[in-house]
Design a protein around this ligand. Structure first.
Ligand code: BV8
Length: 245
């Protein structure tokens, strides 16, 4: 795979590099995406499941859906795309991954700086007292009650209509603003406020690189677009970086 001198020179001179990832980077690991052909939102409507009112209205349905997803992903492993991002860390003094994913695969691969915007599907919390509960303890089909206060236990992810963790979105925006090169990888660029991050980066002079097997609303704005799978592009980019050192 060819990489432009412009991109390699930009990367060679960069200190701060930000990476935004979405479900597409986990697709090669077997994690279903949300909006692709076999995407989760094709079968279910997000407003019926990934939101607070849906859970209040029908906790069993929403809980069952999350357990179905947890069982799907509990044995998955990072892929070459995740590991390539771990390798990329050593070329830059300030490198971090902002992920919309809730599958913990970046951390599992060994990435040092991961900013999780939407939580972790294996974590849960009591809706009333906020006590945390790991998924292993609550994988039965009915949403369990908090032994401490009797409240309902919910997945500790950010649902539609809910605010993102303040420190996570602030760190993500600060990284986007200072990045000299900003990657958008495997995301349909539709969910806010994450989708605005590449635009913030571009507005502050970053070189925008998109990697996606389909075009997105960001594609016309990106400085470079690789219409190719993440687990192909990223390992080859690391080789190119190594050869250009
Ligand atoms: C909020 C966690 C305040 C739970 C998820 C403007 C500003 C702020 C908010 C809004 C706004 N406009 C609208 C809103 C509301 C809403 C929103 O963005 N709606 C959209 C749909 C219009 N945002 C919110 O509610 C956020 N909260 O801002 O609070 C507020 C609230 C209301 C109104 C104003 C302000 C909360 C958003 C978080 C929701 N939680 N998930 C769970 O997982 O169950 S969202 C869900 O979508 C996932 O987290 C997922 O990560 C995320 C984004 O999806 P993608 O990761 O992009 O996945 P997708 O399948 O779409 O795309 C995958 C891509 O990969 C595809 O393009 C495909 O081609 C590509 N691909 C596939 N395979 C490969 C590949 N690419 C390369 N290689 C491959 N092999």
């Amino acid at each position: 795979m060819e990489f432009s001198d412009k991109l390699l020179n930009r990367l060679r001179g960069a200190h701060s590099v930000g990476v935004l990832t979405g479900a597409g980077i986990s697709a090669p690991s077997g994690v279903p995406t949300f909006r692709g052909e076999d995407g989760l939102w094709k079968k279910f409507r997000p407003e019926e499941l990934a939101n607070y009112n849906a859970f209040r209205r029908n906790p069993e349905l929403v809980w069952e859906w999350y357990n179905w997803r947890r069982k799907l992903i509990k044995d998955i492993k990072p892929n070459l795309g995740h590991y390539a991002l771990v390798d990329m860390e050593k070329y830059f003094s300030d490198f971090a991954i902002i992920t919309q994913n809730v599958d913990n695969l970046h951390e599992m691969a060994g990435s040092a700086n991961v900013i999780g915007l939407h939580g972790n599907i294996m974590h849960n919390k009591c809706m009333d007292c906020g006590k945390p509960y790991e998924a292993e303890l609550v994988l039965d089909d009915k949403p369990p009650q908090c032994p401490d206060c009797g409240g309902l236990i919910r997945p500790d992810v950010v649902w539609f209509g809910e605010m993102l963790p303040e420190d996570a979105i602030r760190q993500a925006q600060e990284l986007a603003i200072r990045s000299e090169v900003f990657f958008s990888i495997g995301t349909s660029s539709q969910v806010e406020p994450a989708a605005s991050l590449p635009y913030m980066a571009k507005g502050n002079g970053a070189y925008i690189v998109e990697i996606n097997i389909e075009e997105t609303p960001l594609t016309p704005v990106a400085d470079e677009y690789f219409n190719s799978p993440v687990d192909k592009v990223l390992p080859e980019l690391v080789i190119a970086l190594e050869n250009k050192k």
